[in-house]
Design a protein around this ligand. Structure first.
Ligand SMILES: Cc1cc2nc3c(=O)[nH]c(=O)nc-3n(C[C@H](O)[C@H](O)[C@H](O)COP(=O)(O)O)c2cc1C
Length: 246
């Protein structure tokens, strides 16, 4: 069984789509091929991987309540390819979005379902994840916490002469558990998706989110975007950025 995973985020690195795709890949057995779809130059390479694939997993961000526009020409080519070759392919989708509710991905799921219908391939369902950007925050936090644990170990060695103190690592263990608790919905639904891919079964449509109360999420998002706009411009470019729009 061969499964092709396609990270459809236009971001070169650190995409939430790539992260969740990698996580899913851990639980999928058989031959796996991970691909990145950003430009038309990627089309032929991915299409050749699809030729002998049994499953394809599209992992993508929600853009304006739909699929990112750079994906549309690829879907068109895939439709022609599948009709031409009478291809038998199971299609799974993982979508993540900026707002907290995973249900926002419903129109995207319908677009992908229609694509499968037109292409004569099998729509097996999808997972919609709300608060996708928090997945990046989670992995950054884990690295920052690891750095703090190492620093505490070093300081404890210098000040108390204890080479390997247990307490920084007990704290780090608790922090890992807290981060995992935030992502528990994503992890459970993701493993379930992987089980369906392994058995080539239909998954249906499921929606989950980061397990953070909405009012905290919104507060964090406001702070995040304010900082981003101060340093790089962005959504509040006109208000805060030193770089004024031309
Ligand atoms: C052009 C654009 C349009 C977006 N539209 C939506 C949207 O309609 N709804 C939403 O919840 N998030 C929207 N987002 C946020 C992304 O879905 C979100 O940041 C996502 O986590 C990015 O995933 P990635 O890191 O895999 O690219 C949009 C982002 C961009 C850049």
């Amino acid at each position: 069984m061969k499964t092709v995973f396609i990270d459809c985020s236009p971001k070169k690195r650190l995409s939430a789509s790539g992260f969740i795709m990698g996580l899913t890949g851990l639980f999928v057995f058989g031959k796996k091929k991970k691909e990145k779809l950003r430009t038309p130059a990627d089309h032929e390479r991915i299409m050749s991987e699809l030729a002998d694939a049994d499953n394809v997993v599209f992992s993508m961000p929600l853009y304006v309540d739909g699929v990112p526009s750079h994906l549309l020409p690829f879907l068109k080519k895939t439709e022609m390819f599948c009709l031409d070759k009478n291809k038998d392919l199971n299609v799974y989708v993982i979508a993540n979005n900026g707002f907290i509710e995973g249900k926002q991905n419903e129109p995207l799921m319908r677009i992908m379902e229609n694509f499968c219908d037109r292409s004569g391939i099998k729509w097996c369902g999808g997972l919609g994840i709300g608060g996708g950007v928090m997945m990046n925050v989670m992995r950054i936090l884990l690295i920052v916490f690891l750095g703090i644990a190492l620093l505490r170990t070093l300081l404890s060695g210098v000040s108390e002469g204890i080479l390997f103190p247990a307490w920084p690592w007990i704290i780090y263990g608790k922090q890992i558990l807290e981060v995992l608790a935030l992502g528990c919905g994503i992890i459970v639904f993701d493993i379930w998706l992987a089980i369906c891919i392994n058995s080539k079964k239909e998954y249906g449509k499921h929606y989950t989110r980061i397990m953070l109360p909405s009012f905290i999420f919104i507060l964090c998002a406001d702070i995040f975007f304010t900082i981003i706009s101060v340093f790089q411009g962005g959504i509040f470019r006109g208000w805060f950025s030193r770089k004024k729009p031309t």
